[in-house]
Design a protein around this ligand. Structure first.
Ligand code: FES
Length: 158
């Protein structure tokens, strides 16, 4: 079936209208997915500097995972509390100032370095950012260390 030349612009217009609707739908869908937590947030406000000064540390959630926010040697640090072994959530032991993984007894020191157990590398650190008086977390790791041979790589939330 062939088209008459007169109907071509109308078809083009209809096509562009449909394309615009599909694009708008995709954008709205992406926003809805992000709102539902299905797409990772690129960044998140955690607290104010003043709030962080009143506590030794705080635990929050970023992209569905726990993060640990504190100062180490005067530096703002944000750890991912996801174990580097099999991705269990590690717990902070305030008494001994260590992180303990309940799954296979992995231990990390206060700097996130492995003390004992199967974890192939230190706890990941998210990039912190101070904006005015606010503390933000950015969905990027500070250091990209290679995991030990044969271990699955864990990237920031994608
Ligand atoms: S998952 Fe943490 S030690 Fe295995």
């Amino acid at each position: 079936m062939s088209e008459s030349p007169a109907s071509a612009p109308q078809n083009r217009r209809a096509f562009l209208k449909k394309s615009a609707k599909v694009s708008a739908g995709l954008c709205a869908g992406a926003a809805a997915l992000e709102g539902c937590g299905l797409l990772p947030e690129p960044e998140m406000r955690i607290c104010t500097l003043a709030e962080l000064e009143t506590v030794p540390y705080l635990i929050s959630r970023f992209n569905g995972k726990q993060i640990f926010v504190t100062h180490l040697d005067g530096e703002l640090v944000i750890f991912s509390l996801i174990c580097r072994h099999r991705r269990c959530t590690v717990e902070y032991d305030e008494r001994d100032d260590i992180f303990v993984c309940p799954c296979h007894d992995g231990l990390y020191d206060a700097y996130g370095q492995v003390l004992d157990g199967p974890p192939p590398g230190p706890l990941r650190r998210y990039r912190p950012e101070i904006r005015g008086e606010e503390v933000w977390v950015i969905n990027e790791y500070v250091k990209d260390e290679k995991p030990a041979e044969g271990q699955a790589e864990e990237g920031p939330s994608r």
